[in-house]
Design a protein around this ligand. Structure first.
Ligand code: HEC
Ligand code: HEC
Ligand code: HEC
Ligand code: HEC
Ligand code: HEC
Ligand code: HEC
Ligand code: HEC
Length: 358
């Protein structure tokens, strides 16, 4: 999580594409104060006065193409209508920097550090570095599960400050929140209108855009049972994809992680003697991958074809596709089949009720 934002003067290799291949909106390396991103998309920022502004082109990492980076002002993020469509009139301080730095100060526009440094999750650390004890550092690992999850949700969610604007500016991040405080005193998650498709949500309130793991996970049964983001992810880094605590090929991410708490005799379910009896697919095949049915990749990253995993952990029934056009895992994987086929197949599963609609 340490290097989304990079300064090409310090890291000349940070700019992935050759700038000469950009035919959409030329800019030079000298204009780039910061590069944002390297996994899905890369965006470029230039400094004017003491603010940074996005240049109007982005690099799609997956397809290796230049795309325009210009956004209309409605049907998109709530704050866009308060800023002109021209990127050069939209400073990154209110719209980005609070989540891509430690302690962005809205008055001085200075940061303690770019990117998600230790202090973003552990609070101020200089005392602790001088005299390391447990009592002079914050540790989400010793907080109750809600407060611990808040340390992640403050960045991994779509929401807005309780009051807007703040000193004339519209912020897309929880101004004033620090680890140890209550996020709900600073931030509210985007409302979901059940039954409606919006920019942020599918009609069942599953997120359909990226960076909404918090909005999703807070709806899950697991969240209610005290499970934390850090139950599954170790943000200090692991060998596995998405810093999962456990992962085992060939099932991406690995059922291994889920089975630590969902083994066949676990009170947490699924309440079947074997994995096959629960999934109705061959053990070890892709149809027995917990993630395929409970965390489908249906949330867009904002560049064509790139999706991230839903975090509600809900199984989205084929009937939901019929009613609300939400993709269901069965016919996503069995792309040539219909929802009627999937419903018929599930009607033979002894534990599945034919009357269940979601
Ligand atoms: C994105 C949030 C985040 C960042 C950034 C982060 N940590 Fe943590 N840290 C956590 C969480 C959550 C826990 C408790 C769960 C766990 O151990 O993963 C934790 C636990 C720890 C612990 C274990 C404390 C104990 O109880 O034994 C140490 C040590 C630690 N972090 C050091 C660091 C250092 C050093 C950095 C910077 C290099 C850092 N952390 C960056 C979230 C973070
Ligand atoms: C200050 C904002 C911030 C906080 C707090 C934060 N994150 Fe992140 N997180 C980010 C950003 C930005 C990225 C993108 C990093 C990248 O692409 O390199 C990210 C990426 C991730 C990833 C994906 C990494 C990968 O390799 O694909 C995971 C998983 C993650 N964060 C989990 C957590 C968890 C769990 C917590 C709480 C313990 C947390 N984050 C707290 C901002 C934050
Ligand atoms: C509320 C916090 C928040 C705000 C505001 C925010 N980001 Fe992020 N950003 C994240 C998190 C968390 C991730 C990683 C998880 C994800 O992408 O789902 C991320 C990921 C990214 C990535 C993808 C990284 C990669 O390597 O592909 C880019 C690029 C990025 N952000 C740029 C921006 C820009 C530009 C803005 C302002 C227009 C912005 N972000 C605003 C939290 C935020
Ligand atoms: C029950 C386990 C579990 C919990 C709890 C969990 N995640 Fe994840 N997360 C996963 C799995 C599995 C993946 C997919 C990994 C892969 O790509 O194979 C993932 C992926 C991600 C990614 C990378 C984007 C993607 O979807 O591929 C981010 C960022 C992330 N999680 C953040 C979070 C945050 C923040 C929380 C808490 C609000 C959280 N996760 C809670 C299991 C979990
Ligand atoms: C740290 C332990 C832990 C891990 C790891 C874990 N779970 Fe859970 N899970 C739980 C608990 C506890 C419950 C609540 C059980 C109950 O209802 O009593 C639960 C409930 C669930 C439910 C039922 C929720 C519902 O909406 O009906 C599903 C589905 C689920 N988990 C899937 C997964 C998947 C998929 C993974 C792996 C990505 C996973 N879990 C990893 C502990 C865990
Ligand atoms: C082929 C699809 C599929 C796969 C793969 C799958 N599940 Fe499920 N799971 C379901 C369905 C369908 C339900 C019932 C959902 C409902 O009632 O809303 C369910 C329900 C659950 C529940 C809650 C019900 C109970 O019995 O307590 C848990 C827990 C669960 N699954 C865990 C897992 C785990 C762990 C894995 C991976 C080992 C997994 N599932 C793989 C389809 C799947
Ligand atoms: C990630 C991919 C994946 C998902 C999700 C998935 N399946 Fe499958 N399915 C398979 C594979 C692979 C097979 C081949 C046999 C096996 O591996 O068990 C299969 C076989 C089947 C078969 C028997 C063969 C056939 O084509 O008639 C049925 C019926 C079936 N799946 C129904 C479903 C239903 C219903 C769901 C949703 C609850 C579902 N599948 C979800 C991959 C998937």
């Amino acid at each position: 999580m340490a290097n989304v934002v990079r300064d090409p003067r310090v890291h000349p290799e940070a700019i992935i594409p050759k700038l000469a291949t950009n035919t959409i909106g030329k800019f030079t390396e000298e204009q780039v104060a910061f590069v944002y991103g390297s996994v899905w998309k890369q965006r470029y920022f230039t400094k004017v006065g003491d603010d940074y502004f996005p240049l109007p082109v982005q690099w799609d990492v997956g397809t290796q193409k230049w795309l325009p980076y210009k956004v209309p002002s409605d049907g998109v993020d709530w704050w866009r209508k308060y800023y002109p469509a021209d990127n050069m009139k939209r400073p990154t301080g209110p719209t980005c920097d609070g989540c891509h730095s430690v302690d962005y100060n809205i008055n001085s526009k200075q940061v303690a550090e770019w990117n998600v440094g230790c202090e973003a999750c552990h609070g101020p650390g200089s005392e602790h570095v001088a005299h390391p004890t447990r009592s002079n550092i914050l540790n989400p690992g010793r907080m109750d599960s809600k407060a611990a999850n808040d340390t992640c949700i403050r960045c991994h969610s779509q929401g807005r400050p309780l009051t807007s604007p703040i000193e004339g500016r519209y912020y897309d991040w929880p101004v004033g929140y620090h680890v140890g405080l209550r996020l709900q005193d600073f931030w509210k998650l985007e409302d979901c209108g059940l039954g409606q498709t919006t920019f942020y949500y599918f009609p069942d309130c599953t997120a359909h855009k990226n960076r909404m793991q918090g909005n999703d996970f807070a709806q899950s049964v697991m969240y209610g049972h005290g499970i934390m983001c850090s139950s599954c992810h170790d943000v200090h880094g692991t060998e596995n994809r998405a810093q999962l605590r456990a992962g085992e090929p060939p099932l991406p991410g690995g059922n291994h992680l889920c089975l630590e708490c969902h083994g066949s005799s676990s009170p947490n379910g699924p309440h079947t003697a074997t994995l096959e009896e629960h999934t109705h697919h061959r053990a070890g095949g892709s149809g027995s991958d917990c993630m395929a049915c409970h965390m489908p990749k249906i949330e867009t990253e904002g560049v064509p074809g790139a999706y991230v995993h839903a975090h509600t952990l809900r199984f989205i029934a084929p009937a939901m596709t019929d009613q609300f056009k939400i993709p269901n895992p069965c016919t996503t994987c069995h792309a040539e089949k219909s929802t009627a086929w999937a419903k018929e197949a599930m009607s033979h599963w002894p534990e599945w009720s034919a009357w269940k609609i979601r």
